[in-house]
Design a protein around this ligand. Structure first.
Ligand code: HEM
Length: 554
């Protein structure tokens, strides 16, 4: 059994190195030398024997545990399967492994058991139906504990603080009815985006990013952004980039050796840099809340998440700092995801022009060029709704299912044992490409949602995760994706860029970024207004929007 054999040789090797290191001793008589040699040897043999027993017991336990657990590729002692995981796009490897070993597989990263779910049904069975056991998060020592003092809800385990945070985010912010209120802002911001694209189509990606950032700052702090270069976006981006940079597995030794946290704080060298960043984060987040408070006093602040939370602060029993961190949640979770999904839709249109024509035909049957689509048109546009669903499916932005879940109790699923403390990935990349649920998954085919009898496809929440951790921003996100997709299709032909010989350049449909959120690598395309009348309508709508924004800027 290679697991046990290599386990032993690795440790014996290390041990042997340790005891054969000669030190400097005073000279000894031969008899002394002999008895000391015997003593040392007896001690040595005892130690080797003890070590062997420990290692064999550990190895046997591991093998027995592994046999009871979901199948998976054999690993290496102590390292597990970590070395088999590619540094880039691990979701593709997960998909391959699910194809080989089944919808539920297990791996080991060191001593941590990793469960990867490769079908929607497996994810619903565990993360939704058994959400009492699967709604926690793994421990994030560097990013969650040291950098954020357990104040970032997205990384909190399933505890009282997380429930409090989630209630605020949902009830003060983004549950279905509350999210409908923000449609006004989303519609206005999308009109700005359309005008920016008409004026400067080459920068279309920046316009979409600005849209996503402005919706987030508007619904959170009641202030919008006019450019992605504004300080508020830059500062938050810095903070988020730092957070992501410390979240790299294996980068910090304390993640593998948490006992280092027991050292006196002055000896915990790894704390210095993140604690300095923490100070900067706190200054920024407190400033943003203070700004809302000030405008509440003046009576000039629009309805937004922070106003709702502050008005209910006593009732929800949330401290000032936790509230300030909680209000920043949409920054990390809502900008890249929304913009990335709209970018995937544009990429898909370059590859599937037939879908674009069909979608435009539906829009033209409901609207003319002198009226921009509105949310009220939603129910008249079933094909567009299917296009939105397909954009979320074809290239899911939260590619690994967002932040992984963690299990809080031992469990048995289809005769497979899942130990407490497992990290659980619902690999949305693989799930969305499951050919049973989504035949020919590489095709961008909105019809799959129209022709399906599956109620879970009609109400397509799958891209937003599972159970008690399901994305609280999903209604807001869906509204953003819908209004931008329908208006882009109404206004523009989305066509490939041309090279200098007039030949079309079709970007690679698999060229996506790395990280927990994966979006298309920037690509050129042509967004050609469909008529002069469309340009005129966009301009009229844009001019009308300006007066409504006057008090919203930073
Ligand atoms: C197209 C856009 C979006 C997609 C595809 C998306 C997807 C997801 C997914 C898959 C998760 C993980 C759920 C799980 O753990 O099972 C998640 C979590 C989360 N999302 Fe979104 N999201 C989007 C936009 C947003 C927006 C706009 C917001 C905020 C306004 C938001 C806030 C959050 C938060 C706070 C969590 C963590 C929930 C928790 O840990 O309890 N998301 N999202």
């Amino acid at each position: 059994m290679p697991f046990i054999l290599s386990d032993l040789s690795f440790n014996q090797g290390l041990w042997a190195h340790g005891v054969t290191q000669p030190a400097v001793f005073p000279p000894m008589a031969p008899s002394e030398l002999l008895s000391s040699w015997r003593l040392e040897n007896e001690f040595g043999f005892l130690s080797v024997g003890f070590l062997c027993i420990v290692i064999i017991t550990y190895a046997l336990k591991s093998v027995t545990l592994r046999r009871k657990m979901p199948p998976g590729p054999p690993g290496v002692p102590f390292i597990g399967n970590r070395h088999q995981m590619p540094a880039r796009k691990p979701w593709r490897k997960f998909e391959q492994l699910n194809k080989i070993y089944g919808p539920v597989i297990s791996l080991f990263f060191g001593s941590t058991s990793i469960i990867v779910l490769g079908t929607a049904h497996a994810a619903w069975d565990l993360l939704e139906k058994r959400s009492d056991k699967y709604s926690s998060r793994p421990r994030f020592i560097m990013s969650g504990e040291i950098l954020s003092d357990n104040m970032r809800g997205l990384m909190l385990p399933n505890n009282e603080e997380w429930r409090k945070w989630r209630k605020v985010i949902l009830h003060a912010g983004f549950h279905f009815r509350q999210a409908q209120k923000y449609r006004v802002i989303q519609s206005l911001e999308s009109k700005v985006t359309m005008q920016q694209i008409v004026e400067n189509p080459k920068e279309y990606e920046r316009h979409i990013q600005r849209y996503a950032a402005s919706v987030v700052t508007s619904v959170t702090y009641g202030r919008r952004v006019e450019s992605v270069d504004e300080w508020i976006v830059a500062e938050n981006e810095k903070s988020m980039n730092y957070l992501t940079s410390v979240n790299i597995p294996g980068k910090y030794i304390v993640e593998s050796w948490p006992w280092l946290l027991k050292l006196p704080k002055c000896l915990q060298w790894f704390r210095r840099e993140p604690e300095a960043q923490k100070e900067r984060d706190i200054r920024l987040l407190n400033h943003l809340v203070a700004d809302v408070k000030q405008r509440m006093k003046e009576g000039t602040v629009p309805d937004c998440l922070t106003v709702e939370a502050l008005q209910n602060q006593l009732k929800i029993d949330m401290g000032d700092l936790f509230l300030a961190y909680s209000m920043s949640t949409p920054f990390g979770a809502g900008i890249e995801t929304t913009a990335g999904t709209i970018m995937s839709f544009i990429l898909a249109m370059l590859h599937f022009p037939g879908v674009m024509r069909k979608a435009q035909a539906e829009i033209d049957s409901v609207l003319s060029a002198d009226r921009m689509p509105e949310y009220e048109d939603y129910d008249s546009l079933p094909y567009i709704i299917a296009v939105v669903n397909e954009a979320l499916r074809w290239r899911p932005v939260a590619v690994l299912g967002g932040t992984p879940h963690a299990s809080t109790a031992d469990d048995v699923y289809n005769d497979m044992f899942i130990p407490k403390g497992s990290t659980v990935f619902a690999n949305l990349w693989g799930i969305m490409r499951d050919p049973v649920m989504f035949p020919e998954p590489d095709n961008f085919e909105p019809e799959r949602f129209i022709n399906s009898k599956d109620p879970r496809l009609a109400n397509f929440e799958l891209p937003f995760g599972f159970g008690r951790r399901i994305c609280p921003g999903m209604h807001l996100a869906r509204n953003s994706v819908f209004i931008n997709i329908v208006r882009l299709l109404w206004a523009f032909d989305i066509l490939p860029a041309l090279d200098k010989n007039g030949k079309e350049i079709i970007p690679d449909s698999m060229d996506y970024t790395d990280g927990f959120n994966s979006k298309p690598v920037s690509f050129d395309c042509r967004l050609i207004p469909r008529s002069e009348k469309v340009i005129e309508t966009i301009k009229t709508e844009y001019d009308a929007v300006q007066s409504k924004f006057s008090s919203w800027s930073w």
